[in-house]
Design a protein around this ligand. Structure first.
Ligand SMILES: Nc1ncnc2c1ncn2[C@@H]1O[C@H](COP(=O)(O)OP(=O)(O)OP(=O)(O)O)[C@@H](O)[C@H]1O
Length: 248
């Protein structure tokens, strides 16, 4: 009797987004002055993708990133990461969410000047669940030979790579980068972007990179264009460019 083979599904089910934001608003009220930083953002992000968030200054990119990272909560709307509701007003739950799932990289590296690269990374690995060793994390960003150097002995790009090693050493599912190349020249910026792309590829980390620089959009799976507190449009790149192919 021929073996029974079940037919393939007609179409595979659409993947469920790992982040799901609906109707997000954020209002800052300072005395008489009201700033509508987010004016109703709907956005889905999928596990393992690299998304570039592009838009003019003041359009709300950092506000959105901070909400996705559990550093801030929206004024209204809903946002979910896997099973976590990120709108809850519960500091302990948000701290646990950030600690277990999210790595942050900012424009300025925020390294502790009196600690070596290895010690800066160890600050995180000592409190994480299943971390890499500081040595593994620094090797991933190409800084194995500089492990025992202090921040003042490193270039801006190298310091940013230490900051990336620190952010990814705990193997977060999510890496949120706010203008990671904003303080760097183009050549150094490309090296930092190469490291971010490598982490995304090798660890499968869902990655969001905020930038003003439209050239960087070419390295993304998807580009989310932001303007005036809204998602203006979303593009998908047919092919992700390697960071080494970018120049500005
Ligand atoms: N803590 C705050 N208090 C008051 N207003 C704020 C605060 N944070 C952000 N804003 C305002 O919200 C708006 C959006 O800011 P946001 O930093 O999210 O924009 P952005 O797109 O990231 O800008 P940039 O590219 O310059 O960093 C701006 O008008 C900003 O001044």
């Amino acid at each position: 009797m021929p073996e029974q083979v079940s037919p393939p599904p007609l179409s595979s089910p659409a993947p469920r987004p790992i982040f799901e934001a609906r109707g997000l608003t954020k209002v800052y009220q300072m005395g008489e002055v009201r700033v509508d930083a987010l004016r109703g953002v709907d956005l889905d992000l999928y596990a393992g993708e690299l998304v570039v968030l592009l838009g003019p200054s003041g359009s709300g990119k950092s506000t959105l990133l901070n909400i996705l990272g559990g550093l801030d909560t929206p004024t209204s709307g809903t946002v979910r990461y896997a099973e976590h509701d990120l709108t809850v007003d519960d500091d302990a739950a948000m701290t646990q969410y950030r600690r277990e799932h999210v790595g942050f990289v900012f424009q300025f590296y925020n390294l502790i000047p009196s600690l070596t690269a290895r010690e800066n990374v160890a600050l995180v690995t000592e409190i994480a669940h299943d971390p890499m060793t500081p040595e593994e994390a620094l090797a991933l960003v190409g800084l194995a030979p500089r492990m025992d150097h202090f921040p003042s002995q490193m270039s801006g790009g190298e310091q940013q790579r230490v900051a990336i090693a620190r952010a990814v050493a705990k193997r977060p599912q999510v890496l949120l980068c706010d203008e990671p190349t904003g303080a760097l020249d183009a050549q150094t910026g490309v090296m930092v972007l190469e490291v971010i792309a490598r982490v995304n590829r090798e660890l499968g980390t869902t990655t969001v990179v905020i930038t003003h620089n439209a050239v960087i959009a070419a390295m993304a799976d998807r580009v989310v264009h932001f303007g005036d507190g809204h998602v203006v449009r979303i593009e998908r790149n047919e092919r992700r460019k390697a960071a080494s192919e970018l120049s500005w």
